[in-house]
Write a protein that binds this ligand. Structure first.
Ligand code: NAD
Ligand code: MG
Length: 403
């Protein structure tokens, strides 16, 4: 099933009130900090309800105090005492653990940034969706592991999803939602990551510190590795399928190393619409934050005469097997994307910890998909069970590959 954005309720938040109440799930990460950077420039317009983080108590407490948040949540319960100490005397409520993340997402914020990395963001994001919130969605893993279920809930509870991933935000800006049948195809652009031209023998030897250095974007470690394997683009293919009313065959990936065109939509008459901009996540985040209006950002204004040339080519599916794997997973549907996501998370963190090689990431994902039978999922419990089992199987594969 494919539920498009036109069916999602749209509320003119920017026009209805001058003060916007905001919660940021994952405030200490790259997306979270960029969101706060924008808010800081116009603090009077925003009231921060909750900020959450995994383990970085110091950064979370600093943010909570600076933005006068009502609540700060640290996901790792063992750090609750440290957070209480850091927030002593401030009047900010400190909380910890999974239930506190849910509590943060339940607070009546007008706008929730979903920027926790990985499937860990699913539960709090669904909590916000179930109270009909406007959710700025940066976390793509939620949609990959539970897309059908999540979009059903968006519809059922009248929530609004604003795509923040730069490609999906670009498509959101240029897609004719009133006439979706006039769309011929969506082209997701991919920078190709830091190893676009690296030959396969050298790829074997890639170290984590090389893989996290993206040529155009500054991002968290997991998405940087995903960009390096191009799994990121595969995850985005699945993300686009759930967000936009198109068929799987209407989605394509084009390598565009400059990351200036963030995606394109081709219409039946031959017109191609694109969204362009400097590679700065504050542009798509601002689009979500001000939506349906626009706001100033500090992002460098694009000067195409400075850029000079833009390049485009087909992705190399031999050196980046993640692209074929994700395309097949999208075709299969059911539990396959959930397995893919869980397995990729296990493999990426094993690589970052130096346990396995760079090329092992895609191998582990493929092995895991081959070992587990796919089936249809009907509820969130199914998603959890499939996710848990895929992590167990992937961890076995990691053990078999430890260097
Ligand atoms: P990051 O690693 O910089 O930050 C992740 C945030 O999630 C941090 O606040 C961290 O404390 C929190 N977190 C991590 N594990 C957690 C857990 N188990 N429980 C609760 N909180 C946890 O990641 P990022 O680069 O900001 O990316 C966030 C999400 O946005 C990812 O899904 C990514 O794919 C997506 N995204 C990021 C970018 C980007 O430019 N960074 C662009 C597009 C999409
Ligand atoms: Mg992206």
């Amino acid at each position: 099933m494919n539920i498009g954005l036109p069916e999602i309720k749209c509320v003119d938040l920017a026009g209805s009130s001058n003060l916007k109440e905001v919660t940021i799930l994952g405030s200490t990460g790259s997306i979270g900090c960029n969101t706060l950077d924008l808010i800081e420039r116009d603090k009077e317009r925003y009231n921060i309800l909750a900020l959450t983080a995994y383990r970085n108590v110091e950064k979370l407490a600093t943010q909570a105090i600076e933005f006068n948040a009502k609540m700060a949540v640290i996901a790792d319960e063992t750090l609750f005492g440290d957070l209480c100490t850091a927030l002593q005397g401030t009047g900010i409520k400190a909380a910890a653990g999974e239930s506190a993340l849910t509590e943060a997402a339940s607070m009546p914020a007008d706008w929730v940034m979903s920027s926790i990395v990985g499937a860990a963001g699913l539960k709090p994001t669904l909590t916000a969706i179930r109270r009909g919130a406007t959710v700025a969605l940066a976390n793509k893993e939620c949609l990959v592991c539970a897309g059908e279920f999540m979009m059903d809930q968006v519809k059922e509870f009248g929530a609004t999803i604003l795509p923040i991933d730069s490609e999906h935000n670009a498509i959101f800006q240029i897609f004719d939602f009133d006439n979706p049948t006039t769309v011929e195809k969506i082209s997701l652009t991919a920078s190709g990551g830091p190893f676009l031209k690296t030959n396969i023998d050298e790829m074997e030897l890639i170290k984590p510190e090389q893989a996290v250095k993206h040529p155009n974007w500054s991002m968290g470690a997991k998405i940087s590795v995903d960009s390096a394997t191009m799994m990121n683009k595969g995850l985005e293919l699945i993300e686009a399928y759930y967000l936009f009313p198109v068929e799987k065959e209407q989605l394509e990936i084009i390598v565009h190393p400059e990351s200036i065109i963030h995606s394109m939509v081709t219409y039946m008459d031959g017109s191609v619409l694109a969204q362009l901009g400097s590679p700065d996540m504050r542009i798509p985040i601002s689009h979500g934050l001000a939506w349906p209006k626009r706001m100033e950002t500090p992002a460098k204004k694009l000067d195409l005469t400075d850029v000079g040339k833009l390049h485009f080519f087909k992705p190399d599916e031999e050196r980046f097997p993640a692209l074929n794997i994700t395309r097949e997973v999208l075709q299969k549907g059911g539990s396959a994307p959930t397995i893919l996501n869980a397995s990729n998370e296990v493999a990426v963190y094993a690589f970052l910890e130096g346990k396995i090689g760079f090329l092992d990431i895609a191998k582990i994902v493929e092995e895991t998909l081959n070992k587990i039978d796919f089936h249809n999922m009907t509820c969130l419990n199914d998603v959890h069970d499939v996710d848990e089992n895929a992590r167990r199987v992937s961890n076995e594969s990691v053990t078999g590959k430890i260097k």
